[in-house]
Design a protein around this ligand. Structure first.
Ligand code: DCP
Ligand code: MG
Ligand code: MN
Length: 336
């Protein structure tokens, strides 16, 4: 949770949560969100549990873990295996759906449609399916996208973007967020957050930066271009470092006004789970938090906001934690 300032303990029940993660992936690919969510909550609870699960009762006593989940947890604890997962692994349809949802730009619905159309392999999709632009890219670069890059490569990618940004607009801030900033050894993509301290130069940088990066051949494909949310601009695409034997890597570039930098930094550093627990904390204090701003005096009626609240300025990340009245948590400790 976001509240504790202690560094996270090692997950003693990793042998169990790893198997449950596989269950989540399967249920997500079949669009069984409720089941996936149930498993996700159990994983979070187990990660926080300070000792190895040593009985069915112990599993059952944990919050949010009912009889069926306790059965599964205890089965893994005892045998190291989960029969249900084995069943899934030998279920042809589930395996194909999982493979199809791993295509960038395809969700569980599309995967199901493809399956119903008789497609079973990536080659089938390539030859016979009606694909949108994103899916074409996702299929062409299927293997590269499934591969997480070493953090050193993410740093190289950041350097390229930083240098070009600096050449366009001196004084620009370009910071790599996401899993890299949280100190992870491998990264699924590179998330670069860009702003300018003068509060206005960020407006001109987005298109120039992307144009220059394309010109040099660094950016190879666009996925989502110039999508605007408020005053922030987000680009999702593909890049490749120069030289032989380089893989294509996913890159996200987000440009934000300087007054939103603190909140944007918190948001894009994540993890997604950490962000959820911050928002949960906000709700309890009648506040709200997103990638743009932290607001106070929010009035909610059920899930609906009756009053949007007013922005509390949070120039830095530290300010966000201060206003929420929780100790500052360095990025390396925001994985849960
Ligand atoms: N984010 C979020 N909720 C989402 C998606 C993203 O809060 N549904 C935030 C938190 C993430 C950050 O954006 O940490 C970057 O998103 P990524 O998908 O790039 O995730 P990570 O960088 O954390 O992991 P990965 O290494 O897989 O890219
Ligand atoms: Mg990322
Ligand atoms: Mn990303």
């Amino acid at each position: 949770c976001a509240q504790s300032s202690k560094s996270p303990k090692p997950n003693i029940n990793k042998h169990i949560t790893d198997k449950l993660e596989e269950m989540v992936k399967t249920y997500e690919s079949t669009n069984d969100r409720w089941r996936a969510l149930g498993y996700q909550k159990a994983i979070q609870t187990l990660r926080k549990h300070p000792k190895e699960i040593s009985s069915w009762e112990e599993a059952k006593s944990l919050p949010g873990i009912g009889t069926r989940l306790a059965d599964k947890i205890w089965e893994i604890a005892q045998s190291g295996e989960l029969r249900k997962l084995k069943e899934f692994e030998s279920d042809e349809e589930l395996q194909v759906l999982k493979m199809f949802t791993n295509v960038w730009g395809a969700g569980p619905h599309t995967a199901q449609v493809w399956y119903q159309q008789g497609f079973r392999t990536i080659a089938d999709l390539q030859q016979k399916a009606h694909l949108n632009h994103q899916q074409k890219v996702g299929i062409r670069l299927y293997d590269d996208f499934l591969d997480r890059m070493p953090r050193e490569e993410a740093a190289e990618i950041e350097r390229v973007v930083k240098n070009v940004a600096e050449s366009i607009q001196p004084g620009i801030i370009a910071e790599i967020c996401g899993s890299y900033r949280r100190g992870q050894a491998t990264c699924g993509d590179v998330d670069v957050l860009i702003t300018h301290p003068d509060g206005k130069s960020h407006k001109n940088i987005f298109h120039k930066l992307l144009a220059k990066l394309k010109e040099s051949g660094f950016l190879t494909d666009d996925l989502v271009s110039a999508e605007e949310t408020g005053n922030q601009k987000k680009y999702m695409g593909v890049c490749r470092l120069p030289g032989p034997n380089r893989k294509h890597r996913r890159i996200d570039v987000i440009v934000v006004p300087y007054n939103e930098y603190g909140c944007a930094l918190v948001y894009f550093t994540g993890s997604a789970h950490f962000n959820r627990s911050l928002r949960h904390l906000c709700k309890k204090q009648n506040m709200s938090l997103n990638e743009h701003a932290l607001k106070q005096g929010v009035v909610r009626k059920g899930k609906e906001k009756i009053h949007e609240g007013t922005i509390i300025p949070t120039p830095t990340e530290e300010d966000v934690f201060k206003v929420l009245k929780i100790p500052y948590r360095p990025p390396e400790e925001r994985d849960h």
